[in-house]
Unconditional design. Sequence first.
Length: 380
Amino acid sequence: MPPIDPSKLRNAGAQLHQIWTERLYREYDNILFQYRVTLRRPVIQLEPLPGRWGTWDPLTRHLTLSSRLLDAHPWNAVLEILKHEMAHQLVTDVFGADHTHSAHFAHACKVLRVADWAARATGDIPDTVSQWKDRVLTAEEEKLLRRVEKLLSLAASSNEHEALLAMQRVQELYTRYNLDRLHDRRSSTMVSLTMPLRKKRIDRLDSMLCSILQEHFMVRIIYGRLFDARDLCEYRTADLLGTRENVLMAEYVYHFLWQKLRSLWEEYQTRTGTPGRARQDYMLGVLSGFRKKLEQGKAEVLKTASSHRTTGETTALVKLGQKELEAFVEQQFPRLKTRRWSATYRDADSYAAGVEEGHRIVLQRGIAGKNGNRGHLIEG
């Protein structure tokens, strides 16, 4: 092996920092655009910054991020630290106040939607950015998830009728929980969970899967993009928004369905010898069948979950929940744009086979407890 030229390594590091810095300027401009804030561009730079993740100097107008931050943490954590320092700039440039962690700074963090963990004075970065997952559940939440856990165990039954009833019962529990919460005006934490798709485009499979979550699991899906500092490119993301309980359930369903799609396709291809090019058509069929199955039971689920209420009261509560969710989405994404997708297919036989298989899908047990907290729905 030829000897390594140290100068090339140094040049490569400098070039990498230049790419990261250019990207940070783009992110800075996009944050201002998204939240309708006007600030004068500072000098953005990367430095080692021992003991700190970032600084804002109003005299030199330098916004500095730690190079260690980009080496050790994902880009969504980098963005939160960037917004933290932008909040300091907002305080000095717009509020005309001292930029330390004061009431002005807290307000600036709200304006820029800085995550709670990043808004704190310490700036500690948690191992898992979505810290709300680790919050200790209330007694009511714990009771709900225990009941769901038992029902999902039944959903693994080989008896298709029994499995279907168990899945519908899970949906009834979540629907009743949401209706009761809205009726009693109990507050619930609204959260956003970013799922990295590791794809450069949203394909039809992801689009249909996410639409199923929106239609049947009481969340909103927002597609976005997230830069990868290692690959130096953007990947698509899907943000799940809703109450903490609904987002956890929707996340579980998303991963469960993807795992199910892969295993069903492998079984189907082995059994029939169908070529790989029919993979997407078969999977679209599976999702269509599953969606139809959920749609057929939707009215019954709502009727059973609201049996103790009048139709008018139930309708009003459903609309109230939708309004609550839309307000949160608008607060998080004030410049939201929607995009419609069509799900077409070419291999009719594989699509039809997928539809038939999709009718047999049931949600199976996946809730796992950890130190008494069942906030994580995906095992492992």
